[in-house]
Design a protein around this ligand. Structure first.
Ligand code: GLA
Ligand code: ZN
Length: 677
C-alpha cells in the first residue's frame, strides 16, 4: 500500500482511447497533450477484445506501442485492465457471464458493466487478463498506476449470485434462526427453513421496484452482499496485479455519492481513492464539495485523484449545458482545494461513433486547438505545471464531521414509510452545506471512523446504528464533543430491526429524549421551528415532525403550529464534558445555519474565514510545502473576502495577498500562507 502518488507535480490528463483511432491521430494527440501540459493518460480502459481476441490468444502489440509513445514524450499511463466491458466471444461462449437484472431478465451481449461478479468465467478471465498485463509491464516506469476495470456498479440477480448470497449469509448469521430473527421473517410467513430456499430479492420476489421491498432486512443484506461481490471482483484483479508487482499503486474510479456501493468498505482495498465528478448544472458547489469531501474521508484524509470530469459538457444529462468559461478551471481547483492530488478528464478526443460522440473532450472530432475548451485546458495545464509539487500530499484538516453511512442510506430508503419524500442525500447534503456555507472545514465520518479530534459530529438520518456506534458517540460526547442527532436517529439496528423501546434506541440516554410519534406531511407543508433562549429566530421545517418526549434535556426550540405547537423539536443534553443535541424535523437552510453555528460555537470550533460571502468557498490544506488557503468564487460576479491576519502569496497569479482578497468572477486564489502571519 502506498500513501503517496508517484508524481512530482499534480498529474494532469485523462482517458485516452487510441484503440478507436489510427496511428497518425495518436501522434497528433501526443503533440497536443504536450501543448496542453498533459502528462498522465488513462489508457486501455475498454480494449478487452483487442487484447484478447479469443480465449487462448493475447495480443499486446498495440498497447506496447501506445505505452512506448507516451514514454518517448515523458508522459505516463494510468493503465486500465480493460475488464469493464467483456468481449463478445466471452458472452457467446459463457452466456452465464451476463447479468440477470432486477426484473429477472438474463442479458445478452452488448454495452458495458454487464458481467456477473460471481460468474466463474468472469472471475477467471478478468484477473487472468490483469495478471498478463502486470507481467508484461512490470518494472516499466511509464505505468504510474493501475486502473482496475471502470466504475464498478449495478447489480446481478442470477443463480450464481443467489448461491453466493447464501454462502455470504451463512457466514454472516451462522444459523437460520439468527437469519430469520434478523429479517423478522415471521412477518408474512417469510421464514426460511433451508439455506437453498433463499432467493435473490429482485422484482420476481420481494422487490416492488426501486425503494419498495417486502422484507427490508433481506434487501439490505443483498445490497451489502452485492457491494461486497463487486469489491470481490475488484480484489481478484488487484491481487493478480500485486502478485506480479508487489509495490503497484492500484485503484479504480469511484463515483462519489453512488448509492449501490459501500465505498467505506472498498476504501480498505484501494491504494488511492480516485473518483469521477460529473456535477449536473443544477448541482450546488456545496453538493460537489461534499462528494470530494466524502472521497477524501474514505481513507482518513489521504489525498485522492480526480480521475474524470468533463472539460465542457456531458452527453447523458437530459440537457447538456456547456461549462461556462472558467467553470472547468474553478471545478478543477475546487477538487484540489478539497484534497485532490490529480486532475483528469474524460476524454481526450471525442469518439466518432456510439453513445459518447457528443460527450465533451479536450479535443473535438476535428482536432483543432483554436477552441475555447482547448485554451482553457492548456491554461490550467500551465498553472498546474507552475505550481510544481508544493501542495502534493497536503492534508485538509477539519474539526467538524458529518455522518455519512451507506447502510443507513440503503435502510432509510428501503423503508416503506413514513414518507416517500425522504431522500438521504438531500438531507445530508443540506446539513453539510450549512457548515460549508459558513466556511467550516468538514469531514464525513461513518460508524468505523475515529471521532477523536473532532469538536462537532453532526448527523441526520442516522437511522441505522450498528453495534458499537452508540457507545462511540457517547464516548465522543463525554470526552467533550458536541453531537447532533437529527431526523430519525437510532431507529433500527444493522439488520433494520427497530430497537425495542423506540427511537433513538441506544442513544436515548445520551440524548435524553424519546420519540413518541412521527408526523409525515406532503412536500411543501411546513411547520415552524421556534428557537428559545440563547438561540433566536423562527425557521421553516418540513417533511417529518417527530414528537419528542423529554426525559432529561433542555428544550431549545419548539414547533410553531399544528396540534403539537409549543412542543419540543430541538433539545440539548449536557453529558460529561460535551453536549448531545437532538433535532426532530427537516429545517430550512437558514435554520440549519443558525443551528450548525451554535454547535460549532459550543465546541469552540471556528470557521476558516468568518463572514464568508455567499457563493465563496474556502478550504485549507496543510503539508510539507506549507499551509494553503483556497478561496473559490462560484459566482459570475466579483467578490471581496476579508481573511483576518492573512499574509501570503497567491500561487496562481503571483500576487501578494493581505487581509482583503479580491476574487474575480469564478476566480480562484491559492494562497501560500506566511508562517507566523
Ligand atoms: C464515466 C465513465 C466514462 C465515460 C464518462 C462519461 O465516468 O467512466 O467511461 O462514460 O462517464 O461521462
Ligand atoms: Zn450474477
Amino acid at each position: 500500500m502506498t500513501d503517496h502518488l508517484p508524481f512530482s507535480k499534480i498529474p494532469y490528463g485523462g482517458d485516452w482511447n487510441p484503440e478507436q483511432w489510427e496511428r497518425p491521430v495518436w501522434d497528433e494527440d501526443v503533440n497536443l497533450f504536450e501543448q496542453a501540459g498533459i502528462d498522465l493518460l488513462s489508457v486501455n480502459i475498454f480494449a478487452w477484445t483487442a487484447l484478447q481476441p479469443a480465449e487462448d490468444t493475447y495480443e499486446f502489440a498495440r498497447l506496447d506501442e501506445v505505452l512506448a509513445l507516451l514514454e518517448s514524450r515523458g508522459m505516463r499511463a494510468c493503465l486500465g485492465t480493460s475488464t469493464a466491458a467483456i468481449p463478445a466471444w466471452m458472452a457467446t461462449q459463457y452466456p452465464d457471464v451476463m447479468r440477470v437484472d432486477e426484473q429477472g431478465r438474463q442479458h445478452r451481449f452488448g454495452g458495458r458493466h454487464n458481467a456477473c461478479p460471481n460468474s466463474p468465467a468472469y472471475r477467471r478471465l478478468a484477473p487472468a487478463l490483469a495478471g498478463q498485463l502486470a507481467r508484461r509491464y512490470a518494472g516499466r516506469d511509464v505505468v504510474a498506476l493501475w486502473h482496475v476495470s471502470n466504475e464498478f456498479g449495478g447489480a446481478c440477480y442470477c443463480p450464481h449470485c443467489e448461491r453466493a448470497f447464501r454462502v455470504w449469509l451463512r457466514e454472516r448469521y451462522g444459523t437460520l434462526a439468527a437469519l430469520n430473527h434478523a429479517w423478522n421473517a415471521a412477518f408474512w410467513s417469510q421464514t426460511i427453513t433451508a439455506w437453498e430456499e433463499i432467493v435473490a430479492p429482485n422484482e420476481l420476489s420481494v422487490q416492488g421496484g426501486e425503494r419498495t421491498t417486502a422484507v427490508q432486512g433481506l434487501t439490505l443484506d443483498y445490497q451489502r452482499f452485492m457491494s461486497d461481490a463487486l469489491l470481490g471482483a475488484y480484489r481478484l484483479e488487484a491481487d493478480a496485479i500485486r502478485a506480479e508487482i508487489p509495490n503497484a499503486v492500484i485503484t479504480t474510479n469511484l463515483m462519489g455519492t453512488y448509492r449501490p456501493l459501500d465505498y467505506r468498505a472498498w476504501a480498505l482495498h484501494l491504494d488511492v481513492i480516485a473518483w469521477d465528478s460529473y456535477p449536473s448544472p443544477q448541482d450546488t458547489p456545496a453538493a460537489v464539495a461534499m462528494r470530494h469531501t466524502l472521497m477524501r474521508s474514505l481513507k482518513g484524509g489521504q489525498p485522492f485523484m480526480l480521475m474524470e470530469q468533463t472539460p465542457s459538457q456531458q452527453n447523458w444529462q437530459a440537457y447538456n449545458a456547456l461549462k461556462r468559461p472558467g467553470v472547468m478551471r474553478l471545478q478543477s481547483w475546487q477538487a484540489v482545494a478539497h484534497g485532490a492530488d490529480a486532475v483528469m478528464f474524460f476524454q481526450m478526443r471525442r469518439s466518432v461513433g456510439a453513445c459518447e460522440k457528443f460527450h465533451g473532450a479536450v479535443m473535438e472530432h476535428h482536432g483543432r486547438t483554436d477552441t475555447r475548451v482547448f485554451r482553457e485546458v492548456a491554461q490550467l495545464g500551465a498553472e498546474l505545471k507552475a505550481l510544481e509539487d508544493v501542495t502534493l500530499g497536503a492534508r485538509t484538516p477539519a474539526r467538524v464531521a458529518v455522518w455519512f453511512d451507506w447502510p443507513a442510506w440503503w435502510a432509510v430508503e428501503n423503508s416503506s414509510g413514513p414518507t416517500a419524500a425522504l431522500h438521504y442525500l438531500k438531507e445530508v447534503t443540506a446539513l453539510y452545506a450549512a457548515f460549508h456555507a459558513q466556511g467550516y472545514a468538514v469531514d464525513l465520518v461513518g460508524p468505523d471512523s475515529d471521532l477523536d479530534g473532532y469538536g462537532v459530529v453532526a448527523s441526520t438520518l442516522l437511522y441505522l446504528l450498528p453495534a458499537g456506534a452508540a457507545q462511540k458517540i457517547t464516548a465522543f460526547v463525554e470526552g467533550g464533543g458536541v453531537f447532533l442527532g437529527g431526523l430519525m436517529t437510532g431507529v433500527a439496528d444493522e439488520s433494520d430491526r427497530v430497537f425495542p423501546g423506540g427511537p433513538p434506541g441506544p442513544l436515548r440516554d445520551l440524548l435524553g429524549v424519546w420519540v413518541e410519534e412521527v408526523d409525515a406531511l406532503p412536500p411543501g407543508e411546513m411547520n415552524e421551528l421556534v428557537m428559545q433562549g440563547d438561540l433566536s429566530g423562527t425557521f421553516g421545517c418540513t417533511l417529518l415532525f417527530e414528537q419528542l418526549r423529554v426525559e432529561d434535556a433542555e428544550v431549545l426550540a419548539t414547533y410553531g403550529q399544528d396540534f403539537y405547537a409549543g412542543t419540543p423539536v430541538l433539545t440539548r443534553r449536557r453529558a460529561g464534558k460535551g453536549q448531545a443535541w437532538k433535532l426532530g424535523s427537516s429545517v430550512d437552510a437558514a435554520g440549519l445555519r443558525v443551528l450548525t453555528r451554535a454547535l460549532c460555537d459550543e465546541a469552540g470550533v471556528s470557521p476558516l474565514v468568518p463572514d464568508l460571502p455567499d457563493g465563496v468557498e474556502v478550504t485549507r490544506r496543510e503539508g510539507e510545502g506549507g499551509s494553503f488557503l483556497f478561496l473559490l468564487n462560484h459566482t459570475p460576479e466579483e467578490r471581496q473576502v476579508v481573511v483576518p491576519g492573512l499574509r501570503g502569496r497567491d500561487l496562481l497569479s503571483g500576487e501578494a495577498m493581505g487581509e482583503s482578497v479580491a476574487l474575480p468572477p469564478r476566480g480562484v486564489r491559492l494562497v501560500r500562507e506566511e508562517v507566523g502571519a
